[in-house]
Design a protein around this ligand. Structure first.
Ligand code: C2E
Ligand code: CA
Ligand code: CA
Length: 397
């Protein structure tokens, strides 16, 4: 027997932003498509909420791959429900009897673990269970417990990484990067603990803490007055879709006496896809209030130009994966050139991140890139170190 655990990506936001009616209707349509994909040999059941469990006779690896392809294809077309258009993807985890579990509960648990790993790979992925995942699940629980224990925010701190003009080196501002130094586990990289904060809902209070403290650091930094110094803050879509997020941001800025034009919010492309409509409305409100909006990690996800035009954006951040081989790969160079051209055509500025080498800067400059961020200019550093950096930085000479 093979068990496939399927969970919709972003269903909660769809439901929160469009209402239960639309959510219910969407679930019905999703179930219809799953039934078509499953065919007559696979039993489809709904576990609850947006979770489905499919049961089949033992499926070969080839059959599972085939299933994944069909699943992806069937969800490619959007769902039109009431007045909304939803783009939905599902993540799937697979466990087979007897190698992945001796009873139903164990199989379900392990298919769920595999599904969780699929989510980490991105949206619309499928993973097969492996014993390694069980270890990861245990580590995850430990991480959750440690985070819940972090009652005050003493264990958190902020780093800043400068951004400068690609040609002259004139300062633009800095990206704020959250750090967590846990008493038991030591420094935990954000790529590990941010997802855990999102799952536990802790991202809301932590996100407020980040914004508040970034504002305070900004005031203390007192960048040269002739600079329009911008602080870029990462916002997870879980925060963005929280009720009243826009107002909360504006309240914090007002309370901390910070001009909204000094703040940029970075939101990753892949996260935004599932909440496109409601998400863009919220970003629009913030943009109208003066904040800048940046699309983060561009180039890792769908990178659809249609989306790019329809989203309220000021800035496009080219992902570091894109920059890495720039000095070696002719093709990457052409691609970057075209992307920057298109970004400029629709009125966006471009920040390249992960710039480590002078050759990369030269190529980016030739391609018309506006701003740079990366080890070549400065590693993420404390607010105090940034203050020194601001004093000493002379630009490119
Ligand atoms: P990101 O937004 O893509 O941040 C850039 C990451 O690239 C940072 O990793 C930074 O240290 C790293 N980086 C910068 N320059 C270079 C370079 O030249 N070469 C290389 N190889 N890497 C470079 P970090 O600090 O580990 O952050 C990882 C991710 O955690 C961030 O990715 C962001 O998505 C998330 N994150 C960090 N702080 C926050 C936060 O306050 N809130 C939220 N929601 N997410 C955060
Ligand atoms: Ca970022
Ligand atoms: Ca990024």
């Amino acid at each position: 027997m093979t068990l496939i655990f399927i969970d919709m990506d972003n269903f909660k936001y769809i439901k929160d932003s469009s209402g239960y009616r639309a959510g219910d209707q969407l679930l019905i349509e999703v179930a219809r498509r799953l039934l078509l994909v499953a065919g007559k040999d696979i039993v489809v059941s709904r576990l609850g909420s947006d979770e489905f469990v499919l049961v089949a006779e033992n499926l070969s690896d080839a059959a599972i791959s085939g299933f994944q392809t069909k699943l992806l294809e069937s969800f490619r077309a959007p769902f039109d429900i009431q007045d909304h258009r939803f783009y939905v993807t599902c993540s799937a985890g697979v466990a087979s009897y007897p190698k992945d579990g001796g009873c139903f509960d164990e199989l379900l648990q392990n298919a769920d673990n595999a599904m969780y790993q699929a989510k980490k790979l991105g949206k619309g992925e499928l993973s097969r269970f492996s014993p390694e995942m069980k270890k990861l699940a245990v580590a995850r629980i430990q991480l959750h417990n440690r985070l819940q224990d972090t009652k005050d925010h003493d264990a958190f701190s902020l780093d800043f990484q400068p951004q400068v003009d690609c040609r002259s080196g004139r300062l633009r501002g800095a990206e704020v990067l959250l750090r967590w130094n846990d008493a038991e586990m030591g420094q935990v990289p954000p790529d590990r603990f941010i997802p855990a904060c999102e799952e536990t809902g802790l991202i809301a209070p932590i996100g407020r803490w980040v914004l508040t403290h970034a504002c305070r650091d900004l005031k203390r930094l007192r960048p040269p007055p002739d600079l329009d110094f911008v602080i870029s803050i990462n916002v997870s879509v879980v925060q963005l879709m929280q009720h009243g997020f826009e107002q909360e941001v504006l309240d914090i800025l007002q309370h901390e006496n910070i001009d909204p034009r000094q703040i940029e919010l970075e939101i990753t492309e892949t996260q935004l896809m599932g909440v496109f409509e409601a998400g863009s409305q919220r970003l629009r409100t913030l943009m109208d209030a003066g904040l800048k909006i940046a699309l983060d990690d561009f180039g890792t996800g769908y990178s659809s130009l249609t989306y790019l035009r329809r989203l309220p954006l000021d800035t496009l951040k080219l992902d570091k994966e894109f920059i890495r081989n720039l000095h070696r790969e002719q093709n990457d160079r052409h691609l970057i050139g075209s992307i920057i051209q298109i970004a400029h055509d629709i009125g966006l500025e471009v920040v390249a991140e992960g710039v480590e080498r002078p050759e990369q800067r030269t190529i980016l400059d030739d391609a018309g890139c506006n701003w740079l961020q990366g080890y070549m200019i400065g590693r993420p550093m404390s607010a105090a170190a940034l203050e020194t950096f601001l004093k000493d930085w002379r630009g490119f000479v």
